[in-house]
Ligand binder design. Structure first.
Ligand code: SAH
Length: 370
């Protein structure tokens, strides 16, 4: 999965725009500006609850075309959050998508790594339309140490998983093998235990499951930063609470695609195990003396967006809309984002807070989650 998606030369994400009508799939921020606007207002509200610390950064993992961040920066500027108060940090492996994001977010051409000061952790930098620094990073660990609003939309579902199955002898891993007769790929069960079988599987009632160690490591890194430097995390994705078994699949031209056929030409994805992310967010790898972070959710996208005011936003946009086609598009976008039969209940929201905020959150719980 890692090779197929992010191999530097042939990886699915590395040299093309895969989103939208002409791509393989469409995501919520691409469907309507309402999505990013509501998330922006939520972030401003929660940052205010923390005492509006500055300078701070907004860090997005896997920003795609940069549409969500562009909508957020526009809203932030309306709240006069712009300029040097804060910076934008993007964690992106794909040089092609980093270029798309650069055009989306600012007027100037970015400085590439050859022109950056020696020892820079980022590989590219530019200035946003609203005067803030935008920097691109390969890994979450490279981000500057400061108060951070973390965002991950449809990021964790792209991280590699291991498939495990219970057989008579115990847990085994499902591996991918080459069928020598016709040179096709096929799933096989490992003869013995593999390192992935060391995953915590006590009390596991499922006979088959998917684990994503990389997702756990990234969540732990995010949680450690939130604890140490202050911050909030918002993770949005399709997923489950540790009860699904087999969700690994491919997408090509908006249709399901066998992941073992023509690898590299289709998106590969697996549902996010939010119960595992919550475990990682509250169990640091270094056993320092710190109380676990707090998690809220998951809640369904429909509930989150409705509670933070998507119906009101739709009304406002419709009231100032003169074009009938645009009005129809707004209504159908609203339906697509919130209808349980579309994206409304498939997508879930999870929030992370540092434990020092416990008392404040008891009085003022995170909007959208209650
Ligand atoms: N958030 C966007 C894009 C989702 S697609 C949206 O919702 O529209 C997944 C994104 O994560 C892409 O930008 C992809 O290049 C990036 N990505 C995938 N694997 C990554 C990894 N290991 N590290 C950093 N970015 C990654």
């Amino acid at each position: 999965m890692k090779e197929v998606l992010t191999n530097p030369t042939a990886g699915y994400y590395m040299n093309r725009d895969v989103f939208g009508q002409t791509g393989d799939f469409i995501t919520s921020p691409e469907i309507s500006q309402m999505f990013g606007e509501l998330i922006a207002v939520w972030l401003v509200n929660e940052w205010t609850k923390c005492g509006r610390p500055t300078p701070f950064q907004i860090a997005e993992l896997g920003p795609g075309r940069g549409t969500l961040m562009a909508d957020i920066l526009r809203v932030f500027s309306k709240f006069k959050i712009a300029g040097s108060d804060f910076s934008v940090s993007l964690v992106e492996v794909s040089p092609y998508l980093a270029q798309v994001q650069e055009k989306q977010l600012g007027p100037r051409q970015a400085q590439e790594d050859t022109k950056l000061p020696q020892g820079s952790q980022h590989y590219k930098q530019s200035i946003s339309f609203y005067g803030s620094q935008v920097r691109w990073y390969n890994h979450i660990a490279d981000l500057p140490r400061t108060f951070t609003l973390f965002l991950a939309h449809e990021f964790f579902d792209a991280l590699p998983i291991h498939k495990l199955v219970k057989v008579d002898q115990g847990w085994r891993e499902v591996l991918i093998d080459l069928n020598r007769e016709d040179l096709t790929l096929r799933f096989v069960i490992s003869r013995d235990r593999t390192p992935a079988c060391l995953y915590r599987l006590d009390n596991e009632s499922r006979e088959e499951l998917e684990v994503s160690p990389q997702s756990l490591i990234i969540t732990q890194a995010m949680a450690a930063r939130i604890h140490q430097d202050g911050g909030i995390g918002l993770v949005i994705d399709y997923g489950h609470e540790g009860d699904k078994t087999d969700t690994f699949r491919g997408f090509k031209n908006h249709k399901l695609h066998d992941p073992l056929v023509d690898p590299g030409t289709a998106d590969l994805t697996a549902d996010v195990d939010f119960s595992a992310l919550k475990w990682a967010a509250t169990h640091p790898r270094t056993f320092e003396d710190w109380k676990a972070n707090l998690t809220f959710g998951t809640v369904d996208q429909k509930d989150f967006l409705t509670r933070v005011g998507i119906n009101l936003r739709l009304e406002q946009l419709l009231a100032s809309c003169r074009d009938e086609d645009v009005a129809l598009n707004l209504k159908s976008a609203h339906k697509m984002l919130t209808d349980p039969m579309e994206m409304g209940s498939k997508f879930k929201f999870l929030a992370l807070y540092p434990s020092v905020m416990e008392k404040i959150l008891e009085r003022y719980p995170p909007p959208g989650f209650v």
